[in-house]
Design a protein around this ligand. Structure first.
Ligand SMILES: [Zn+2]
Ligand SMILES: [Zn+2]
Length: 1242
């Protein structure tokens, strides 16, 4: 560029000097940079020039017009040496924006041609016509203006605001060189590398534009070729590409290309983009990261790489969907060549380490429908053979002409990421070798013998090789990435097959090893099984993305998760990779295998038989191994209400051969779909902790079965989405900080793998149906184990109820009622049925009456029995027991003498039964209790090749049994307590309850003190072993529980618990009744309502219940909270049982009077008084009995007394009082001395 000695702007504004200062002077592409116009055409300069032309009379309006609206016009006029004509432009208000001009299309180039503006924005012909008025212009000058001189001064400017431009074919583009460097020339496009003048590119570029040394940015100019297309089609194709690019640009994403503009020059269409100075990803991989010229592998490099991979995933997600819109695109042609490497200009030069920013470029973008561009891309594909990154469905769907799914892009990303890993670990030449070894078609998949797509065997060999590379063991980010790529991105199943179909059933052959050991000839039996994972649940409830290939969202989430894990602190931090381990080559070609599935099968068989050898040993070891019990407590309940969990190895062992038959070890090759975190959880380790939030679990639950399981288990318990939830392995369970009363998940493995997974409980993820062989065998084992280990059943008990049902045995289709003499000398085993009758409208009243008694003694057809009874008979037969006792059949229902006698024996009936069947889940006699279990969520995981299952926790005796409707019946409490051994048939599973604790069908044992009080075979014997405080708490708990249970007849309230009460009185060796134990008289009296009010029961079975007993009321009660050891009980309160020998003598009202001094209540706060019945009003004043007084002064320096509130009843002078409530009062709110020394309360 010439150097000017004379810097006077006026001197520079001459035709010659202006020509010299142009870019590419004297060439057909010359242009005058726009900055020169701004620099030179200023008011002072313009004014001087105008003065030279004697146009000063027009100033200053003319000058201002030039400087604000017509700099270009002015410059062109100088170049044409026609400055005086500036007045015409001024008078007509012709501005720069109306340029360029030229002869109209129809007027040709003759001398008469009309001049028009070429810019479509200005249709005002008059301005142009008047400005270029032929009377003022000579033809030659006019032609000179529009044909030659205007173009260099109106070179286009590209701005951020605009994207589409229309240029006249004569336009001089603002490029710095006349002849471009051709970068790529295909049938469809021609790409040139250009430098654009910095004045003519007005965009804010945070990425991508590399400048030459004089700061003129490099750009790529792509001419879209017309080829054989007609002009309309050409326009459509080009417009569509432009639309895609404009969309990408609008996404404003660092990893999506941001094109500068789309312009039409004449008839040709061009795309202008920032030049990717560092080439594309394929070229990037040409270099080796370990080259001496480059930095070696380092955490920083891995950080860069993962940042880029995350960025690309995020970009694909942004392409696939824009939050809050329906706008959805797919790329359709992702490959390393389409991922460009831009210089990262956001980084300060001093820190310029990172190689580049990877940016997804434009090619192939389409909306959902099949489009012109895609057709064209398909042509490209077949011609140039870039099919390497296509997923298998492209071939499968070839005949269907379907648009490409967004999952198509995910497969391509999987290929790219895998190549990236291979390049990183083994370098450029090994990557090339891998690609070469893929063979002619170069795809990452192949078809197996049954024409199903699978991962290409070469790819499999490479991934297997990487998994064994010491540089990326399981606790590295690189390994997590690999697993994500192989399992979730390169999934050949894109989810076309409906979930439910695939998971429905599986036909499996037992291994030959097994059938031989059975002595079972050539071929083992065929077993039909359901899939174990959550996939076998109804397909509708599972998000379809759980199956098949990941969505962009999952891919992105998971990559971010990996990246995030590397930034954690301490033990939680994930290493990038093991940098210190030595580098190695890729796999030997000999390791590629044939790609046939047969070899997989062989390998699998070998591993199984190896496990078999140690099988016997593992059982021995598991026996010696004591599992730590998992102890959890109900936070809402008293502290000692804790449940302990532990594996029931004894029962599991007894049934192991059967478990093997049901779950052959080849079962469980279908590992569940998991997120990167869960995939790498080592739950089989005795210690394994992790944390998450409900929101996090929900999000990942869309593609991770374990997160889904956790989310489902917690969503009803945790209210805050963002609360930090801590999970830890405890015993053979996973516990959660937010769930204190039970584990969230249970860990199981099959007997064959016990040795390899010590500490993991043996069980099967899917329980068989109730009544199935395994279910029956489990119950038999419970009975056998109890008989052998406990003393739950007294050996010398010979009691048989008066009547029992003899169930006979198959094939007999009937049973019969057997009657014995009332002396009960016959002995025999019988089961007792504890059940609900249910509503009489929905349930058949099937019962023994006087009229059918004789017939029932002959035979009762099993088919006639209501379902619950029929199933009870079925279970009794299966367990090999002869008799069963069912209340409605064994007591003659319309014989009141028989009913009175037999119901009095109920205590004995239940306590003498061999076991009780509790039809817990049956709503009535017609419902039955052998019901299909709800599907259980289970996730198959592996430790190496050893499978284990993480299953939804279903061991919840509290909820399934204690909270069940059956156990809300008043009568059932004593049935359960008096039964020595009970099998509870609940909806989720069966539980065994005896003096030894609770056993679950899942082979878990449970223990709880309060439950064992009721489960005690010899109820309430266990109470003896407790300290006093504990005894009190237990009976209080029992009575509170009972008071909340429902009774069909209120009058039964004192009776339905009499059996229990009798036993308690005996065991505590005391007198009492109606809820009072003489030894604990004071505490027994201090009960209070739990609800708003109690309701007095008006009539009992010919007896009176005193007002001091809660049994006189309907409604739940609890006991006043009186701290142990801190109260002095009043010795003036005389027990109603002081002068009676036993409760049976207490039928007279007189003898059931409680006697105590009465005190007046002074000025009590209303809140202190807890009245039993809130709606009773009386004229009589409230008085109180002091039952106990606190030993110590309270913080307010007052003693506290615990009182019964009483009121005189009947006639004023009767002197008889009744209880109306309780109160905790300050001593000084009660009169200091009694008003009556001994009042009677009844
Ligand atoms: Zn997960
Ligand atoms: Zn037992």
């Amino acid at each position: 560029m010439p150097v000017f000695t004379n810097h006077d702007p006026v001197a520079r504004l001459t035709p010659e000097r202006m020509d010299e200062e142009m870019v590419l002077p004297n060439s057909g592409s010359c242009f005058y940079p726009v900055s020169l116009l701004d620099e030179l055409i200023r008011e002072d300069v313009v004014s001087r020039i105008l003065k030279d032309y004697n146009l000063s009379d027009r100033q200053p309006q003319l000058t201002r017009f030039v400087c604000t609206k017509a700099k270009r016009v002015f410059a062109i006029l100088i170049a044409c040496e026609q400055v005086p004509l500036m007045t015409r432009f001024f008078e007509n208000r012709f501005t720069d924006e109306m340029l360029p001009v030229g002869p109209g299309f129809f007027s040709g180039s003759s001398e008469q041609a009309e001049i028009e503006s070429f810019t479509t924005r200005f249709a005002n012909l008059t301005i142009v016509k008047n400005t270029f008025d032929r009377r003022s212009w000579r033809y030659r000058d006019l032609q000179y203006f529009h044909r030659d001189r205007q173009w260099p001064f109106i070179s286009p400017i590209f701005t951020e605001k605009d994207f589409r431009y229309l240029f006249h074919e004569q336009s001089h583009m603002p490029f710095m060189e006349e002849n471009a460097e051709i970068w790529k020339d295909t049938n469809f496009s021609l790409v040139e590398k250009r430098r654009i003048h910095r004045d003519h590119l007005k965009i804010e570029h945070t990425i991508g534009v590399t400048d030459d040394p004089t700061e003129h940015p490099y750009v790529a100019v792509k001419l879209i070729k017309k080829g054989a297309l007609d002009w309309d089609r050409y326009k459509a194709v080009a417009d569509e590409e432009a639309e895609a690019l404009e969309m990408l640009r609008d996404r404003k994403h660092n990893h999506l290309i941001r094109a500068i503009g789309y312009y039409t020059l004449g008839k040709n269409r061009y795309i202008l983009s920032p030049w990717a100075g560092l080439g594309n990803l394929r070229e990037f991989w040409e270099q080796d990261v370990t080259d001496p010229t480059r930095r070696a592998l380092s955490p920083r490099f891995l950080d860069w790489m993962f940042t880029q991979l995350c960025g690309l995933s995020d970009a694909v997600q942004r392409l696939h969907s824009v939050p809050g819109t329906q706008d959805s695109w797919r790329h359709g042609d992702l490959k390393p060549e389409n991922i460009l490497c831009f210089e990262d200009i956001g980084t300060l030069p001093a820190e310029k380490y990172l190689p580049c920013v990877l940016v997804i470029a434009d090619v192939g973008l389409t909306r959902h429908h099949t489009t012109a561009t895609q057709e064209r891309q398909n042509e490209t594909r077949t011609k140039s053979g870039t099919i390497m990154y296509e997923p298998p469905e492209t071939e499968l769907d070839q005949n269907q002409k379907k648009g490409r799914s967004r999952r198509y892009d995910i497969w391509s990303m999987g290929c790219i990421y895998l190549e990236f890993i291979i390049w990183l670990l083994y370098g450029s030449s090994e990557l090339k070798r891998m690609v070469r070894d893929l063979g002619d078609n170069k795809r990452f998949y192949e078809f197996d013998s049954s024409k199903k797509p699978k991962l290409h065997h070469v790819i499999e060999a490479w991934t297997e090789h990487i998994r064994n590379d010491r540089r990326c063991p399981t606790n590295t980010a690189l390994r997590w990435l690999l697993d994500l790529v192989v399992d979730r991105l390169l999934s050949t199943d894109m989810g076309i097959i409906p979930t439910i179909k695939r998971a429905d059933t599986m036909l499996l052959h037992r291994s030959s090893t097994l059938s031989e050991s059975n002595g079972n000839g050539a071929k083992g039996p065929t077993v039909l099984l359901r899939a174990p994972t959550a996939l076998s649940q109804s397909g509708a409830s599972i998000s379809p993305s759980l199956d098949g290939r990941a969505s962009a969202e999952e891919m992105n989430d998971q990559l971010q998760e990996i990246y995030k894990s590397t930034t954690l602190v301490d033990d939680f931090r994930l290493e990038w990779m093991m940098f210190d381990e030595p580098a190695q080559r890729g796999p030997d070609e000999s390791l590629y295998g044939s790609g046939l599935t047969e070899s997989d099968a062989k390998r699998h068989t070998t591993s199984i038989s190896r496990n078999r050898e140690v099988y016997g040993m593992s059982w021995f070891q598991s026996y010696l191994y004591q599992f730590p019990y998992l102890t959890v407590s109900y936070t809402t309940q008293p502290l000692d209400d804790k449940w302990e969990y532990g594996p029931d190895a004894e029962i599991a062992h007894s049934l192991s051969s059967q478990l093997d038959t049901l779950y052959p070890t080849s079962y469980g090759s279908h590992v569940a779909t998991l997120c990167v975190r869960c995939r790498h959880l080592e739950l089989w380790r005795p210690r394994c902790d992790f944390s998450d939030t409900l929101a996090g679990l929900k999000k990942k639950g869309a593609y991770c079965t374990f997160c889904l399981l956790l989310h489902r288990g917690l969503s009803t318990h945790v209210s805050s989405d963002s609360l930090n939830l801590e999970f830890s392995r405890v015993g053979s369970s996973v516990a959660c900080s937010a769930l204190s009363n039970q584990p969230i998940a249970s860990l199981y493995t099959l007997p064959a793998f016990q040795n390899d997974l010590p500490g993991v409980q043996i069980s099967i993820p899917e329980l068989r149906e109730p009544g199935s062989q395994l279910n029956i065998n489990t119950m038999s084992e419970w009975i056998r184990s109890c008989g052998r280990r406990h003393s739950c059943l007294p050996r010398n008990d010979v009691f048989l109820p008066t009547r029992v049902l003899d169930v006979g045995s198959p094939p007999s289709t009937s049973i019969r009622l057997v009657c014995f003499a009332r002396e009960h000398t016959t002995s025999g085993k019988y089961l007792a049925l504890s059940h609900r009758w249910g509503s009489t409208t929905a349930n058949k009243m099937f019962r023994t009456l006087k009229e059918n008694l004789e017939a029932f003694k002959q035979a009762i057809s099993i088919a006639d029995l209501p379902t619950t009874f029929r199933q009870a008979v079925q279970i009794t037969r299966s367990l090999g027991i002869q008799y069963i006792w069912i209340d409605s059949l064994c007591i003659v229902q319309d014989d009141s003498e028989d009913w009175d006698h037999e119901s009095g024996l109920m205590e004995k009936v239940f306590s003498s039964a061999y076991a009780t069947i509790a039809a817990t889940c049956a709503t009535g006699t017609n419902d039955g209790f052998l019901k299909s279990r709800p599907k259980r969520q289970c996730v198959l995981m592996k430790k190496g090749e050893f499978p284990y299952y993480v299953c939804e926790a279903i061991d919840n005796f509290y909820e399934h049994v204690e909270q069940a409707d059956l156990n809300k019946r008043g009568w059932v409490l004593q049935e359960r307590a008096l039964s020595r051994r009970t099998i509870h048939f609940t909806e989720r599973q069966c539980y065994w309850e005896c003096g030894g604790g609770v056993r679950c069908e899942t082979f878990t044992k449970m223990k709880n003190r309060k439950a064992s009080f009721l489960g005690d075979a010899d109820f309430p014997r266990s109470v003896e072993s407790y300290v006093k405080g504990m005894k009190i708490e237990l009976f209080q708990d029992l009575y509170s529980k009972y008071s909340n249970l429902a009774l069909s007849y209120n009058a039964d309230r004192p009776i339905a618990i009499r059996g229990l009460e009798k036993r308690l009185l005996q065991t505590l060796d005391t007198k009492g009744g109606f809820g009072i134990f003489d030894v604990y008289l004071h505490r027994c009296l201090l009960w209070q309502r739990t609800g708003n009010a109690l309701k007095k029961i008006t009539a009992f079975h010919g007896q009176t219940v005193p007002s001091w007993s809660w049994m006189a009321y309907e409604g739940g009660i609890k006991y006043m909270n009186v701290p142990f050891g801190q109260v002095d009980w009043s010795t003036d309160v005389v027990s109603p049982f002081a002068h009676t020998e036993s409760m049976d003598d207490t039928n007279s009202v007189q003898s059931m009077q409680l006697k105590a001094p009465l005190f007046n209540i002074l000025d009590p706060l209303n809140d202190d008084l807890i009245l039993d019945e809130t709606d009773q009003h009386s004229e009589q004043p409230l008085k109180c009995i002091i039952v106990g007084t606190s030993k110590d002064l309270h913080p307010d320096q007052k003693l506290i007394c615990y009182t019964l509130l009483v009121r005189e009843t009947g006639g004023k002078k009767s002197g008889i009082h009744e209880r109306v409530g309780v109160a905790r009062l300050r001593r000084d709110h009660v009169a200091s001395s009694p008003s009556t020394l001994e009042a009677s309360i009844q």
